[in-house]
Design a protein around this ligand. Sequence first.
Ligand SMILES: Cc1cc2nc3c(=O)[nH]c(=O)nc-3n(C[C@H](O)[C@H](O)[C@H](O)COP(=O)(O)OP(=O)(O)OC[C@H]3O[C@@H](n4cnc5c(N)ncnc54)[C@H](O)[C@@H]3O)c2cc1C
Length: 430
Amino acid sequence: MTSSDPSPEHALEAPGLSWSGTVDYGPGPLHAPNSLAELQELVGRSPRLRALGTRHSFSEVAASDGPLVTLARMPADIDLDAAARTVRVGAGVRYGELALAAAEHGLALPNMGSLPHISVGGASATGTHGSGDRHRSLASAVQAIELVTAGGDLLTLSRDGDPESFDGAVLALGTLGIATHLTLDLVPAAPMRQTVHLDFPAERMTSEDLLAMLAGGSSVSLFHHWDGRIAQAWVKQVVGEDEELPASWLGGTRAREAVHPLPGMPADFCTDQSGQPGPPHERLPHFRLEFTPSSGEEIQSEYFVAREDLAEALAAVSDLGAQIRPLLHASEIRTVAADDLWLSPAHGRDSACVHFTWKQLPAQVAQILPEIEQRLAPFAPRPHWGKVFTMDPDLVRAQYPRLEDFQALRDRLDPDRVFRNRYVDRLLGE
Ligand SMILES: Cc1cc2nc3c(=O)[nH]c(=O)nc-3n(C[C@H](O)[C@H](O)[C@H](O)COP(=O)(O)OP(=O)(O)OC[C@H]3O[C@@H](n4cnc5c(N)ncnc54)[C@H](O)[C@@H]3O)c2cc1C
């Protein structure tokens, strides 16, 4: 920050590191405006600026060689319209807090990611998803987005009012402006139960059986270690809608006590697995808001493939099992329904997600990823924008049929590339 900076009171020192400690956000400074007016003034005078959410991405999507801005000091608005089943929420609000507010009105988010700790703005910007054959990415619940665009103007785009640009604006990797508020769809909070089945035999790795496991509830996660079988199936069911699973199901056995998806981690970090009905926000995420999610000492990677290709894609990677296992905490398989968002990894394709929670061994992970990506290549994988991958940018871009439309929208809203960073330049072009 220079002495001529007109608003030194809301500029902090340096942005620091990501949640996992593996991404350095750069020299900063990190600005923390207290109000919309301060944010607009900041954007208006900034030739370069990147938004920072709750710092949970593993890729360099948020990093910058210039200033960043956090909305952490902006009012955490949660304006809920129970009759319309919508909520207008500050972009910096975490899903866990939003879900609690919705629950007070008997309402819920259509789906949640594995952790409730992430911000609505940051998760929407990267296409964060939960699991479920019928559940789309979390950003698909957004029906309006309010952005401070280059120059400092406030622009509101809505699903109904701006059909020609909205699908490009919700999931935009922070490139179109700083989102201040998002309006989301809510659904009635139907009670859910969660159970875990363990140790599925190797012969259940067929396409038919894997898809049957993933269809076992409204939201299902399969955990495995590339040893040719599924170790844990976490099944989240809507009470009264999904059929309760028998103790022995598709060769797996119902867990007698709670488990953590990562070996050696305490199960009390996790949401209830007893089968007791509870509110969706206490069943859909794997991890409880008041505890550290996952391991902390980790790196994550994830690739979306067509759902019908899942078994073949897993088989293609499986010959790397002996190399993958020493680097791995656990792998997870989830499903996401197709959506229309231009940069969504689930764009136009019912997807299965092949996920890796790596130990914090960045050099070894960087070595094995190209091997994995080479084996996944025949299945046209789309990497999660917020996780680590090494795919050639041309191959990534080729997976997005609406990319040209997105570039035109970006040219219109940010012609001088105020919101660019190296990651975006490399993957989307300058
Ligand atoms: C333990 C753990 C579990 C995870 N589980 C899942 C999961 O279940 N499913 C999944 O899909 N992902 C998962 N992730 C990844 C994570 O959800 C995404 O990377 C998500 O983007 C993180 O949100 P954030 O608020 O931390 O955003 P950040 O990482 O801080 O930022 C991500 C991007 O959003 C942009 N951004 C942030 N705020 C704004 C804003 N106000 N306006 C404009 N742009 C903005 C940033 O510029 C950046 O480009 C997990 C991550 C961790 C650490």
